[in-house]
Design a protein around this ligand. Structure first.
Ligand SMILES: Cc1cc2nc3c(=O)[nH]c(=O)nc-3n(C[C@H](O)[C@H](O)[C@H](O)COP(=O)(O)OP(=O)(O)OC[C@H]3O[C@@H](n4cnc5c(N)ncnc54)[C@H](O)[C@@H]3O)c2cc1C
Length: 354
């Protein structure tokens, strides 16, 4: 692979700027140290086409805002940093607008822009860090809304075939914190543009989730519009979650496990207070934060790594932790939860192991 890497790299080096030894510490929200041997800021679709012609998917690492990854090592792959920008309203009819955004756009800035344009649909997804292009990867979700609820289509470069492809909602196979891109083809498709179907009027508001009703009432809002819901969500998130610019983290470290009803019933005999939600046919979702808290990890630290005091599910880097130290701490949590509840926690965060 090294030979292919150098040969192809030389061929396109003249047309694309490749930097070596780029420090990624400030390009991942965990703030763990990592260095890219080869790094390129992708700023045009043409650059992407050239890269795809020369490299296979397993030889590159796509980097957005670095808010859902943990570097266990410095990546051996060529890091392609998505900096494609641009957004606009493609069409507007029958009360809906189709809005497009380039993959490198900052997610929250994009959400704010849609709200300023009077469009509804993204308000509950306010203040999620990262880029537009990464949002479909795990079908981002918060406060009762998932990306798939407002998704229209996306355009991606197939790094295996070197061709552009368009994906509809059905193609993406969205699931809970999952999609075709995360599950079946990790790294194969570079998402360059995402389109959303948003409401111009008669907005469908989700305002009964979690602390939203109380927050709206504290704000004195009785007939909210999307903008007010966004403000409520921002206020709640700022109270509950650590700001990555001051405390390194990647949001929820684990997915909420979904277990068979029969397993849940047995557990409930021992833990009647266990929080749970129905998750479809014979399945129950249990909040990972509750399980971790019940094992006594909430607010605990080992060295620079810890579980956040207000939300056990968020692992934090309080200083100069390495990715391996965070993962070692996470594995201890996994073991505790396995031993106590016979439940296997799966990371939501993408582990970058090569
Ligand atoms: C404080 C905090 C709160 C958070 N809250 C939430 C939340 O409420 N809900 C939620 O769902 N998530 C949440 N997250 C996780 C994270 O913000 C999202 O997963 C976000 O979409 C990641 O975007 P990113 O650009 O930072 O992706 P990165 O971390 O850069 O990448 C994540 C993965 O996607 C791949 N990838 C990135 N861009 C592309 C692309 N253009 N094409 C193909 N693959 C790509 C990467 O290779 C990697 O595997 C939170 C994170 C933090 C730090």
């Amino acid at each position: 692979m090294q030979a292919l890497y150098s040969r192809s790299m030389n061929r396109i080096r003249y047309e694309i700027e490749v930097q070596s030894g780029v420090d990624l510490t400030h390009l991942n929200t965990f703030g763990v140290p990592s260095t890219a041997a080869a790094y390129t800021a992708i700023q045009s679709p043409r650059q992407l086409e050239m890269v795809a012609r020369s490299f296979a998917a397993e030889e590159v690492l796509i980097l957005g805002g670095g808010s859902n990854m943990l570097f266990l090592h410095s990546p051996q792959r060529w890091v392609l940093h998505n900096q494609l920008v641009g957004r606009g309203i493609m069409s507007s009819r029958n009360g809906f607008s189709i809005v497009a955004a380039a993959g490198g756009e900052d997610w929250h800035e994009f959400v704010k822009w849609t709200l300023a344009m009077g469009l509804g649909g993204l308000e509950n997804l306010s203040l999620i860090p990262g880029t537009v292009g990464a949002a479909p990867i795990q079908n981002i979700g918060a406060y009762g809304v998932e990306l798939q609820d407002v998704f229209h289509s996306l355009k991606a470069m197939d790094l295996q075939e070197g061709i552009w492809k368009t994906f509809t909602k059905e193609d993406c196979q969205f699931g809970y914190r999952n999609s075709l891109f995360k599950e079946e083809y990790p790294g194969r498709y570079f998402i360059a543009e995402v389109q959303f179907k948003l409401t111009n009027r008669n907005h469908v508001l989700k305002m009964d989730y979690g602390a939203i009703p109380d927050q709206l009432s504290n704000m004195g809002v009785s007939e909210p519009q999307p903008q007010a819901i966004s403000e409520a969500v921002i206020a709640i998130r700022q109270r509950k979650l650590p700001d990555p610019s001051t405390i390194g983290n990647a949001g929820s470290f684990f997915k909420n496990p979904i277990i068979p009803l029969i397993h849940f019933k047995k557990l409930r005999e021992r833990f009647p207070e266990m929080v749970h939600y129905p998750a479809g046919d014979g399945l129950v979702k249990v909040p990972a934060g509750w399980l971790i808290d019940a094992c006594g990890w909430k607010g605990k630290s080992e060295g620079a790594v810890g579980s956040y005091k207000h939300q056990a599910l968020v692992l934090i880097n309080q200083g100069n932790a390495t990715g391996n130290a965070v993962w070692a701490f996470a594995k201890k949590i996994k073991q505790s939860v396995r031993q106590r509840f016979d439940i296997e926690l799966e990371p939501e965060v993408n582990l970058i192991a090569y």
